[in-house]
Design a protein around this ligand. Structure first.
Ligand code: S3P
Length: 169
């Protein structure tokens, strides 16, 4: 299928880049976190709190399967942990071209340090947690991606130009 999928760590800019890309390419945009919140009628934080992370991960896989049936020629931003589940890898590949927005841990920390909506970063030392998670996740993001875009210290316009060039849009 011909979707453009944005993956990467929390706070790497998937949602903002996705919205801008959808305007630029005149394509609709979907966001797995938002779809899940809408379907469940509650926030991600609430889902984690009441039913735990494993339940949320199951919802992510179901969301991908639904998107495979309903979505083509769209921009899709996915939650930071979604590509980590082995089963989701093939589903992402089937959906379209996967773009990894790669950022340093410090960049991520700068963007999410005041955020209370991401349950996995509500801890004593979020920067250390980001570093640990990133070490595990980065190789998986890289393996899943067709295209890698480094986003550190770049404005959104530059990032957008690099993406549209890379996908020939
Ligand atoms: C998560 C990332 C979040 C959200 C949930 C778990 C993760 O999405 O799905 O809090 O495991 O990295 P964003 O990447 O959009 O913040």
């Amino acid at each position: 299928m011909d979707n453009t999928i944005l993956i990467g760590f929390m706070g790497c800019g998937k949602s903002t880049v996705g919205i801008r890309l959808s305007y630029r390419m005149r394509r609709a945009m979907e966001d797995t976190d938002k779809l899940i919140e809408k379907d469940e009628g509650r926030s991600i934080a609430e889902i984690f709190r009441t039913d735990g992370e494993a339940y949320f991960r199951q919802l992510e896989t179901e969301c991908l399967k639904k998107l495979l049936k309903t979505t083509n020629r769209q921009i899709i931003s996915v939650g930071g942990g979604l590509p980590i589940r082995e089963e989701n890898h093939a589903l992402l590949k089937k959906l379209g071209t996967v773009i990894y927005l790669r950022a340093e841990a410090e960049t991520i920390y700068g963007r999410v340090k005041h955020d209370t909506t991401r349950p996995l970063l509500q801890c004593e030392d979020p920067l250390e947690r980001i570093r640990e998670m990133m070490e595990k996740r980065a190789p998986i993001y890289e393996k899943t991606a067709d295209i890698v875009i480094d986003v550190d210290k770049k404005d959104f316009e530059t990032i957008l130009c690099e993406i549209t060039q890379a996908i020939g849009a």
